[in-house]
Design a protein around this ligand. Structure first.
Ligand code: HEM
Length: 487
């Protein structure tokens, strides 16, 4: 009886000590950044962010937070997490020289390859030295010049897409029909589902990277781990290409160039690294481009005046061939380019947090000191709706889709500020590597489709259903349209 009572006391004491310890840790976390306003629950625990990412709408939430704290350019969204909406701090955090390193949340997008462990990708790597070394070999592969070399692949895909639409018409679903286009240009087909699974994983776990690692990347559980669908697809493609001769098999695509880099630096470009590179390209380049295009078409079809101006611009352009060459389209279709930028501003593809870690020693952002280790992220929703940037002359409501704002009466400095603040492809050293490819695809696909077909919505009053997490994924009915071939 005495021993039983004694054990209970020890257990009680241990539980009380644990409780006190947890409470002290929570209070300490809360006090660390108490000078920054934000939701109280977020100041105590990352569960607040986890719930927003899983069950809420991050873009809507962060836009509402900016409205709730109009006088603060800093808002706390986690015990160690701070959103900033000061565009002057963008070069400091996301710049070209010595940008802040990516935060631990990016670990959740590193794939786990059974037998190899966790392999960081171009997107997920937090090691800036390693990223610089990799990019020294492959950055040119993503340049505008390289895109022109790959352009015939884009043309082939557009031709196939248009033929598929013509035979499926007159009623087609643009969302479903256009996905294979992006997949094919990345030289890895059938990736849509794999890409979405991966984006969902990132979305669901980024708030708790250490827990994600414990559950999904635990060596003790390695026996039960299965590679993700998209990792399997990428690995299969790399094996196929290796069997065809690797670098010797000149297909003039990205994979080709990765194998050429392997010849120059076999250690850095090991086979698992090439799988990770292929995976980053497929993951970063397929669903992103496809859903961006769907959103663009939706906005054009819902804004007939803008659509008419695009059609007029295309009608007046002279192209040397069809599909229109990228350089000719870029020179002759400034309004269409403005439409793409405006679509990315009002309905951005990547709307989740783009987290970076404040270096040791801390830093001042918007005049407030943030200690080293604090995770910071641009409040994109707040800045994309900032009137001082996107409606400085009180002419174009920032909540409306009005591509004119990118063209009419703005000088080079204003245009540069708008581009930087729009942040559609991020900024600086870790800017989207596929930006030129994505831009060429979006411009060429939109122009080609509108040249070949008259397009209208099946339901003129429809609302596009979009699930907004880390990225915007078009869901529900997609985008049903009626196509009529132009004669
Ligand atoms: C409209 C289409 C696209 C959009 C809106 C987009 C957007 C972005 C954004 C915002 C980032 C920064 C992510 C972050 O730091 O969290 C990013 C990174 C990246 N994107 Fe894209 N992307 C698109 C298409 C592509 C394409 C076509 C490719 C490849 C062919 C690609 C490859 C990458 C890679 C490799 C990164 C990581 C770069 C780094 O961290 O250094 N993206 N993209």
């Amino acid at each position: 009886m005495f021993i039983y009572g004694h054990c209970l006391n020890v257990l009680d004491l241990t539980a009380a000590a644990l409780l006190l310890f947890t409470l002290a840790a929570v209070i300490r976390r809360h006090l660390a950044l108490r000078h920054i306003p934000g939701p109280f629950l977020a100041s105590l625990t990352d569960i607040w962010l986890l719930c927003v990412m899983r069950f809420g709408d991050y873009r809507q939430t962060t836009a509402s937070l900016a409205a709730r704290y109009p006088n603060s350019k800093l808002i706390r969204y986690g015990p160690h997490r701070v959103l900033f909406s000061d565009q002057h701090a963008i070069p400091l955090v996301y710049g070209t020289t010595k940008p802040f390193p990516k935060a631990a949340s990016y670990n959740t997008v590193s794939p786990y390859i059974p037998g190899r462990g966790v392999v960081s990708t171009l997107l997920s790597s937090r090691d800036e030295t390693q990223i610089s070394a990799i990019k020294r070999h492959i950055a040119h592969v993503f340049s505008t010049t390289a895109v022109l070399e790959f352009e015939h692949h884009i043309d082939d895909s557009i031709t196939q897409l248009l033929a598929a639409l013509a035979s499926a018409g007159p009623q087609v679903n643009l969302q479903h029909d256009d996905t294979p286009l992006a997949s094919r240009t990345a030289a890895v087909a059938d990736t849509s589902r794999g890409g979405q699974i991966r984006f969902a994983h990132w979305n669901n776990w980024l708030a708790a990277p250490y827990l994600e690692s414990l559950v999904f990347k635990n060596p003790l559980l390695a026996h039960f781990a299965r590679p993700e669908l998209i990792t399997t697809i990428a690995a299969k493609r790399v094996v196929e290409r290796t069997e065809k001769g690797g670098a010797a098999f000149a297909h003039a695509d990205l994979l080709d160039r990765f194998f050429q880099a392997q010849q120059k630096d076999p250690e850095l470009f090991s086979n698992p690294r090439i799988v990770a590179l292929a995976l980053a390209v497929v993951h970063g380049g397929t669903e992103t481009t496809a859903h961006s295009l769907t959103i663009l078409f939706y906005l054009l079809l819902r804004h007939p005046k803008s659509l008419a101006r695009v059609q007029q611009e295309i009608g007046e352009a002279t192209f040397s061939r069809f599909p229109p060459p990228y350089t000719e389209a870029a020179n002759q279709l400034p309004y269409l380019e403005a439409c793409i930028k405006e679509a990315q501003r009002v309905q951005p593809l990547q709307s989740g947090p783009t987290e970076r870690e404040v270096p040791v020693g801390g830093v001042a952002i918007a005049g407030t000191f943030l200690p080293g280790g604090t995770v910071v992220s641009l409040n994109k929703a707040a800045l994309q709706l900032d009137r001082s940037v996107f409606d400085p002359h009180d002419r174009y409501d920032v909540h409306e889709f009005l591509p004119e704002r990118w063209l009419d009466g703005i000088d080079a400095a204003q245009a540069s500020l708008m581009n930087r603040t729009n942040f559609a492809f991020s900024h600086g050293k870790r800017v989207c590597l596929g930006v030129h490819l994505a831009w060429a695809e979006m411009l060429k696909v939109t122009a080609s489709l509108l040249m070949r077909f008259e397009v209208q919505l099946v339901d003129p009053g429809c609302r596009l259903e979009v699930k907004r997490g880390m990225t915007a994924i078009v869901t529900g009915r997609g985008l049903p349209v009626l196509l009529r071939e132009r004669v």
